[in-house]
Design a protein around this ligand. Structure first.
Ligand code: CS2
Length: 479
């Protein structure tokens, strides 16, 4: 099969983490942007991907010369777009020299990242790189063969500095609070230990814009791969599926470095991303996690199934109205009522089949910006937190139930070992809340928070999730 591949001269963007989100969100927008540009203007904006975890995605994409299909799913069916602008994908473990060659190319202008929360190795507790992490310790001991994201970026920037090349911009596209600041912090922490002058150079020369990214991308299921292959001209082992909605906000701080003209596809460049980021993390991601844990405990396999349950809907609406919207420190010029209404409509997309177990994974990382951050704001301001505390209790209950049913292997989480140890203690709630990396000292010592999570957990264990939810809605007047 001869696929029509759009080859651009010069790799301008290296993307770290070639997961479904990159392929369903970042790349389609870069491709659309390129389609709007003249041949002259697209040269120098070629894109190359680097995979960290396994060779699988590279191998699947390589079958079709790194072309694949991005499939938009909505009530009206499939809208299939052929993505043919990805130059190649390297698997770091096997193709280190090639990855470094791309990162030290004079034409490279930016490195974008979708490596998920755990890829940053950032501890919100110490507000620095997590020095206890084995991978970080290894990268510090042997900085020339890095395996972590901060390690790879530090080495690439070190090499560029030594070669007299300008820096590239590091653009995080992950769901973290102040993702650019976090990335800057972990890179600078590591660089400082390796060579303080390098850290100084990075600090002066490397932009780390914050971004907000939004599109629901359910994991691809084998039956969908089969379905799509019947509709497309060539057989694709690596299609991605996504909802129609998308929103990308990027902090405008590239300095003298050029940035692709993404405005032409609706990307917003702004001085302050925080209001958008907080709105998205606390209104979308927080309720996603709530739906995931409550849904898992109430046997709802997908977000769609969960939001067919009137009590779950009441609970989500309660959270928006009384605990999440009020917790926003600055909101963008957006009507929050309309925004949450639209979110509910996105959750109600019957065709998406977004599995609650997918959202439930990595809970120790996800609940921090989504649930614990608004709890902290609300505690400080004397606002209610009982609904968000119920979500924390539901997460712990979810872990306990998975373990009791011998299905702990389904729980993917970078802190899996500590979580497992904690939930097997006599008082699982206390032991989980003791994990500093998640709850810090402040929440552990906040009696209101600890009491609320503990009591809700007891009630869930005694009466079950359904009754506990009913009681909550009655007590909060949300029914
Ligand atoms: C979800 C997100 O899996 C999850 O944790 O909450 O991936 C969510 O779908 C995206 O952030 C939407 O933009």
């Amino acid at each position: 099969m001869n696929l029509s591949k759009v080859e651009s001269s010069g790799i301008g963007i290296v993307h770290l983490g070639v997961g479904a989100f990159f392929r369903a969100f970042v790349l389609p927008q870069l491709q659309e942007m390129a389609q709007n540009l003249s041949a002259n203007d697209i040269s120098g904006w070629g894109i190359l991907g680097v995979s960290f975890r396994s060779a699988g995605v590279r191998n699947r994409l390589a079958k079709n010369n790194f072309c694949y299909h991005a499939v938009q799913i909505s009530g009206s069916g499939y809208d299939i777009v052929e993505i043919n602008t990805l130059s190649t994908v390297y698997f770091l473990q096997e193709q280190r020299a090639k990855v470094m060659q791309a990162l030290i190319s004079p034409e490279l202008k930016m490195v974008t990242l979708t490596v998920s929360e755990k890829g940053y190795h950032y501890s919100t507790n110490t507000q620095s790189i997590n020095w206890n992490n084995l991978q970080i310790q290894k990268d510090l001991a042997c900085p020339s063969i890095p395996n972590s994201v901060p390690g790879l970026l530090t080495l690439a920037l070190k090499n560029r500095r030594e070669m007299g090349l300008p820096s590239f911009a590091c653009v995080s596209c992950d769901n973290l609070v102040a993702n650019g600041r976090v990335l800057r912090k972990v890179v600078l922490d590591l660089a400082r230990r390796i060579d303080p002058d390098l850290a100084h150079w990075i600090d002066e020369n490397t932009p780390f814009p914050c971004t907000m990214v939004d599109r629901i991308v359910p994991a691809t299921k084998p039956e969908e791969v089969r379905k799509i292959s019947k509709l497309t001209v060539w057989k694709d082992p690596a299609p991605v599926f996504h909802e129609p909605f998308r929103q990308w906000i990027i902090e405008d701080c590239f300095g003298s470095l050029s940035c692709p003209p993404l405005e032409s596809v609706g990307v917003i460049f702004t001085k302050d991303v925080k209001p958008y980021e907080q709105m998205k993390l606390r209104l979308l991601n927080a309720t996603h996690s709530a739906i995931a844990y409550l849904g898992q405990l109430l046997n709802k396999n997908t977000v769609f199934e969960a939001v067919q349950d009137p009590e779950i809907v009441d609970f989500i609406e309660y959270l928006w109205e009384l605990e999440l919207c009020p917790s926003l420190e600055e909101s963008p010029d957006i009507n929050l009522g309309k925004y949450t209404q639209r979110l509910m409509a996105r959750y109600q997309n019957p065709a998406l089949e977004h599995e609650t177990i997918q959202i439930a994974m990595d809970g120790s990382q996800k609940i921090q910006p989504r649930i614990l951050a608004p709890i902290r704001s609300n505690l400080l301001a004397g606002r209610p937190t009982s609904g968000l505390s119920l979500v924390v209790a539901a997460w712990i209950k979810f872990l306990v139930e998975k373990d009791a049913n011998g299905r702990m292997q389904e729980i993917v989480d970078p802190l899996q070992e500590s979580l497992l140890k904690a939930i097997r203690q006599k008082n699982p709630v206390d032991s989980i809340l003791d994990i500093r990396e998640i709850f810090g000292k402040d929440l552990r010592q906040d009696e209101r928070f600890v009491k609320s999570v503990s009591e809700t957990f007891v009630s869930m264990s005694q009466f079950g999730m359904r009754t506990c939810l009913k009681h909550f809605l009655e007590d909060s007047g949300a029914h």
